[in-house]
Design a protein around this ligand. Structure first.
Ligand code: BG6
Length: 498
């Protein structure tokens, strides 16, 4: 009788996909939000404008976070006529105590949030921060600790002070490194005793996919083409992040500091070796954003890619040493969907695109066409472990849906429970495979302004916020059905998922 190698691993004939581990007792359950999508109060305390404040809502058919110069200038010239949902957020600035109390009721151990750079340094260039902004975050952290919730803080979640966009075209310029590290060293010094977990850049790969969103960059204000421009900007972000990590290691040694990238699992559309090769390099491209921050060096293949595509980067002096000295302590990621890729010219898409047209016939999609694939999360977690062997924090995942309050003032979002349940099972299986996952903070734990649609219509929360795309509504909070489900999940440390 022949034996397969798996028989040694699973002598009782267990199925490889059935193995689930218990999560560690100190697993960081919680939720995630960002300052630019929740705070509102865009003019309070002297806060400056961020580039997100200029993204208009133009109606459901016209998502507009992809801005070019004309759009940006139009928004500045016609400010009074425009609808800017990020400026309103969900009024977290005034309601944070109520929101944190709801999170505490669910049993959150962690809240992933971000600090708004321009709430502290309005133009990004000031020497000293605004007192009111500094105090606001102290108050939020105090409130979280009162409820035994750990703040997990992203230093920049897409919010570039608008003056730096206008003057420097955002992260295209190396000048931003100096201003950003001034800001990050300040927040590390100021909050290091209140915040243990830090992330430098939210979804660092977004600067290449959506340059205005990820880097405050107007493509048509630059002499460089898209690829060269965005990889130059990315280089500046890598350097700014590495210098921040080094500073944290030297000045805030009790803190842990991670990267944050958008994880994309790629399948070949067909079993053809050509499609498989394409999928391999798309995956490598996705991992490249992690490689530089975790290993502290550019991989060789990307330098070849730059050469072949005539992408000429002005590397910052001494960059190899800076990257080596600024390696992160843990990996954090957002995960929403998997994609299929192909070499077929009719189905080929730009490398690194976030949302793809090609469909995987084995997967269902969300209301918004995002392919739901918990198994790819397990595969990717295993790959990340093999590649880096670092703790992994899943700081975004979730299901965006169109929702309305019913007559009982709730939303019967059982589909959300199902989505999250499947992903939690995948995480437990990955932990069973030996991956060190330290926490899970689903995105938009309270409804907030959608990033891609710049509106309230796409909702992720356990808590419904009564606000619409035009800013109408009471902004009152209502628990959805998933609220109690998630509470039970946390209380049972992920054992009771029904
Ligand atoms: C991530 C971002 O890309 O996905 C969040 O970090 C964003 O800011 C989230 O909101 C979900 O995307 P969307 O477009 O559904 O809001």
């Amino acid at each position: 009788m022949t034996r397969s190698p798996l028989d040694f691993l699973f002598p009782k004939g267990e199925e490889i996909d059935a193995i689930e581990a218990k999560l560690p007792e100190d697993f960081l359950w919680g939720g995630a939000i960002s300052s630019g999508q929740v705070e509102g109060a865009f003019e309070e305390g002297g806060r400056g404008r961020s580039h997100l404040d200029w993204i208009r809502y133009k109606g459901p058919q016209d998502p507009s976070n992809f801005m070019l110069a004309a759009d940006y200038e139009f928004a500045h010239e016609h400010e009074e006529e425009c609808n800017f949902p990020n400026r309103r957020g969900i009024d977290f600035y005034h309601r944070y105590k109520e929101d944190i109390a709801l999170m505490a009721e669910m049993g959150f151990k962690a809240l992933r949030m971000s600090i708004s750079w321009c709430r502290l340094f309005p133009t990004g260039k000031e020497e000293k921060p605004l007192k009111e902004g500094v105090e606001f975050y102290h108050n939020v952290f105090r409130e979280l600790h009162k409820h035994n919730i750990q703040p997990v803080v992203t230093m920049i979640h897409y919010e570039v002070p608008d003056d730096l966009v206008d003057e420097y075209n955002g992260w295209e310029s190396p000048e931003l490194i100096k201003y950003f590290t001034h800001y990050t060293s300040f927040i590390l010094d100021e909050y290091k005793d209140e915040v243990k977990y830090w992330l430098t850049f939210n979804e660092i790969n977004m600067v290449c996919a959506v340059p205005y969103l990820g880097g405050g960059i107007l493509l048509d204000r630059s002499k460089r083409d898209w690829n060269e421009l965005t990889h130059q900007a990315l280089h500046h972000q890598f350097i700014a992040s590495a210098l921040t990590v080094k500073y944290a290691h030297e000045h805030a040694p009790n803190c842990l500091i991670g990267n944050m990238f958008n994880l994309q699992h790629m399948y070949p559309l067909t079993p053809s070796p050509e499609d498989a090769l394409r999928a391999h390099f798309e995956q490598e491209f996705n991992m490249f954003f992690c490689d530089v921050m975790v290993r502290g060096a550019y991989p060789d293949w990307i330098k070849g890619f730059y050469k072949r595509h005539n992408i000429n980067i002005d590397y910052v002096d001494n960059y190899e040493q800076i990257l080596q000295e600024g390696k992160v302590d843990f990996i954090s990621l957002s995960y929403y969907l998997s994609s299929v890729v192909s070499v077929d010219p009719a189905k080929r898409e730009k490398i690194g695109s976030f949302i793809r047209r090609n469909r995987n016939p084995y997967l269902k999609t969300s209301d918004f066409g995002w392919q739901i694939d918990p198994i790819a999360l397990r595969i990717s977690l295993n790959e990340l472990k093999d590649r880096y062997n670092k703790p992994i924090f899943i700081v975004e995942n979730g299901l965006g849906a169109f929702e309305e309050l019913d007559e009982n003032k709730t939303v019967n979002d059982i589909y959300r429970n199902a989505y999250l349940r499947d992903h939690i099972i995948a995480i437990k299986q990955a932990v069973g495979d030996g991956v060190n996952v330290i926490g899970y903070t689903p995105w938009g734990c309270i409804d907030l302004v959608s990033c891609s649609l710049v509106s309230m219509s796409k909702r992720y929360g356990f808590v419904y916020v009564d606000a619409d795309d035009e800013g109408n509504g009471t902004y009152d909070r209502f628990k959805k059905q998933s609220f109690n489900w998630y509470k039970k999940v946390i209380a049972s440390n992920g054992e009771d998922l029904d």
